[in-house]
Write a protein that binds this ligand. Structure first.
Ligand code: ZN
Length: 470
């Protein structure tokens, strides 16, 4: 089934609309009895302490939608398939055995399959509180490794999935050229990812065309990792970013740190900070294995640490020193990465819980005495994720995108909670049933916790996956 078979079910955004909420997490703090007036996908006006009109529905507490700064959408379809221990034995299953399965799986995915899987993933992101996704997109070529007639064929399918679901898209086409440090030739399993620098330039240009129909899409560049890109190639592709963001996987695995040390004499994050102008445009995805000096330098650079707590736990990556990084003034955001389970609140919960388990302490990532851990992490992930995705500033304020989430006041976890206690209870005690509605660019796309196109998108996903798995 292609996009063309879906009738357009969304009303175009009305020129203006207003919504009343019992309380709202505004850019400058919580407020009660709030009316947001929306126009052209933006928040045109914010009124606080205003009575609800008789004909206005009463919406529950409203918070800004979170950015999901790192996704590989197609991996949603293999969620749960890599949880059986391999033949090697105790302790030998790793990121690398997971990657081998992922390579075999993606051999079965063509454009229609990628669009169907991405639409399901984006629907789940919206239903769980993410309103923009950074798609770190590396499945570029046909199954035999040859280029599609349109180099952005797959990027166009990602854009189509974003359009179907309504999620905001920051497309990060990936530059991938080598299998390992020192410019090693790519392996057979990587044939669908590979470009030279000129081909990548054409991909970026075509990707900009592929997202042109989306209201607020952003295109950045994404050198896959220091394993996959030489120093010369990294320097050559940086200018293609323009004003867009630059994302890279880095220091996710200790084997990668060892290989980088062997090849360059430096650890990956140190090498990158020494060899590229790492600044606020950058997002270092994972950055799990950093020493104290790298942590300080990364924090000072202004780059975002792109943490993917559920994936990092699932793949056995390790734990990023988030407390030290925040204490040094670092900026972080969260991503769903392999999409084994998509849930904004659960990413924040896992981020904090890993720190608690490591330190045998509680409320590790709260900003200071008396502040709420869930509330602080929510604001940090909003600000850092928005920066990493090169999007217009987030938060509920006049002139900002009308991207927000209402919590279900009737949910048992949220009874008699107000302000940051709502966020704490959602993050640590709520599960995604705590979400009622989600609006994106002023359009409501989720009501009663369900995406408006859930039935058709899930039905198509079932058909496609049954074929893929046959
Ligand atoms: Zn990733």
């Amino acid at each position: 089934m292609t996009d063309a078979e879906f009738p357009p079910v969304y009303e175009p955004p009305r020129a203006s609309a207003s919504l009343w909420f019992e309380q709202a997490l505004l850019a400058d703090g919580w407020a009660r009895d709030v009316r947001l007036t929306l126009a052209d996908g933006l928040i045109a006006r914010v009124d606080t302490g205003v009575a609800r009109q008789a004909d206005e529905p009463a919406h529950g507490p409203v918070v800004p939608g979170l950015p999901n700064l790192h996704s590989h959408a197609f991996q949603r379809a293999m969620a749960g398939l890599a949880e059986t221990r391999g033949p090697a034995g105790d302790g030998d299953d790793s990121f690398w055995t997971w990657r081998a399965l992922m390579y075999r799986f993606l051999d079965r995915l063509g454009p229609d399959e990628v669009q169907a899987v991405a639409a399901l993933a984006y629907l789940e992101m919206l239903e769980t509180g993410f309103t923009r996704v950074g798609e770190f997109h590396y499945l570029h070529h046909d199954k035999d490794g040859s280029a599609y007639a349109d180099p952005a064929e797959m990027a166009a399918r990602i854009a189509a999935a974003a359009e179907e679901t309504g999620i905001g898209l920051t497309l990060l086409p990936v530059f991938y050229a080598h299998a390992g440090f020192g410019g090693a030739a790519p392996g057979e399993g990587q044939r669908r990812f590979i470009h030279d620098v000129d081909g990548y330039g054409r991909l970026i240009e075509a990707s900009r065309g592929a997202v042109a129909g989306l209201a607020d899409a952003v295109v950045g560049v994404a050198p896959h990792s220091l394993r996959a890109v030489t120093a010369e190639e990294l320097a050559a592709i940086m200018p293609l970013a323009g004003t867009g963001p630059i994302h890279i996987h880095i220091a996710e695995q200790t084997a990668e740190v060892d290989a980088c040390l062997a090849a360059t004499g430096q650890r990956p994050v140190r090498w990158l900070l020494n060899n590229a102008e790492v600044d606020r445009r950058w997002c270092l995805v994972h950055a799990t294995h950093v020493n104290a000096t790298e942590t300080e330098r990364l924090a000072r650079s202004g780059a975002v640490a792109g943490l993917c707590p559920i994936t990092e736990a699932n793949l056995g990556d390790g734990v990023f020193p988030a407390a030290e990084f925040l204490a040094a003034g670092g900026t972080l955001g969260i991503g769903s990465d392999c999409n084994v389970l998509i849930d904004a609140a659960e990413e924040l919960r896992n981020l904090e819980y890993a720190q608690r388990l490591m330190r045998r302490a509680r409320n590790v990532l709260a900003r200071g005495p008396g502040t709420a851990t869930g509330g602080d992490l929510y604001r940090a992930a909003l600000s850092g994720g928005t920066q990493a995705l090169g999007a217009a500033s987030g938060g509920l304020k006049r002139g900002r995108p009308a991207d927000f989430v209402t919590l279900d006041r009737a949910h048992p976890a949220l009874v008699a909670r107000d302000g940051d206690a709502l966020l704490d209870s959602w993050v640590f005690a709520g599960r995604h049933g705590a979400i009622d509605g989600v609006w994106r660019r002023g359009r409501q796309v989720v009501s009663g916790g369900r995406h408006h196109r859930r039935d058709e998108i899930v039905a198509r996903y079932r058909t496609v996956l049954s074929r893929v798995m046959a």
